[in-house]
Design a protein around this ligand. Structure first.
Ligand code: ZN
Length: 209
């Protein structure tokens, strides 16, 4: 016993399953069940093993699920020596234009894919850029920098250096502007002046009153 796990580990270590599918709506690459099988077949063969996929419909709490089982079987030992991973996929709601067999087919290929991913320890992240993605080492998704903008006109604060040579980051200016503001809102200089002198412009010329 246990030899199958050594074989499984050897396969996992060598397996590089490229993400050949591209989702043009979400703009990411992903693997299909077939991609994984194509990549894994030569490795399992070299280990004297085969991958067996099966699925069955199960009902849990009134929902229909497809339970997929991916099994790595030693061809000499048969079922006595196998490593198993199981995955469930819920059948999606009926969509217009899809018949029951199509829906079940979709859920089945999802479940099989995740069972395979589980068995062979493949990550299933969605990579923005394609090529070979062998899990770790990927930079985290770049967060858009938080912008500090004028509460009135929306103009962003930018890095500045004042007359004393002190550098101000947008965040510092934002905080400073907010702290002197009567209502706690950060405003750019122009808007602050407008607020302080609502009549705008220089002196209301004397005129006839
Ligand atoms: Zn402004």
């Amino acid at each position: 016993m246990g030899a199958i796990y050594a074989k499984l580990a050897a396969i996992q270590a060598e397996l590089k399953a490229p993400k050949n599918q591209f989702n043009s709506f979400g703009k990411y690459n992903y693997r299909s069940c077939e991609d994984i099988l194509e990549a894994v077949k030569p490795l399992t063969k070299a280990q004297g093993c085969a991958v067996v996929l099966s699925d069955e419909a199960v009902a849990i709490d009134g929902w229909h699920y497809i339970k997929a089982t991916a099994r790595l079987v030693d061809m000499l030992e048969g079922e006595n020596e196998s490593a198993i991973a199981v995955s469930y996929a819920r059948e999606p709601e009926m969509k217009k234009g899809m018949d029951t067999s199509q829906i079940t087919g979709t859920a089945s290929s999802y479940a099989r894919k995740y069972a395979l991913s589980g068995l062979f320890a493949l990550d299933d992240t969605k990579d923005a850029d394609s090529q070979d993605n062998s899990s770790e080492g990927k930079p985290a998704q770049k967060q858009p920098a938080k912008t500090y903008c004028c509460a009135d006109c929306g103009k962003p604060f930018v890095n500045i250096t004042d007359r004393t040579g002190h550098a101000w980051t947008p965040a510092q200016q934002y905080d400073a502007a907010a702290s002197v503001s009567p209502d706690g809102k950060a405003r750019c200089r122009a808007c602050r002046e407008k607020l302080e002198h609502p009549a705008s412009g220089p002196e209301q010329g004397g005129g006839n009153g």
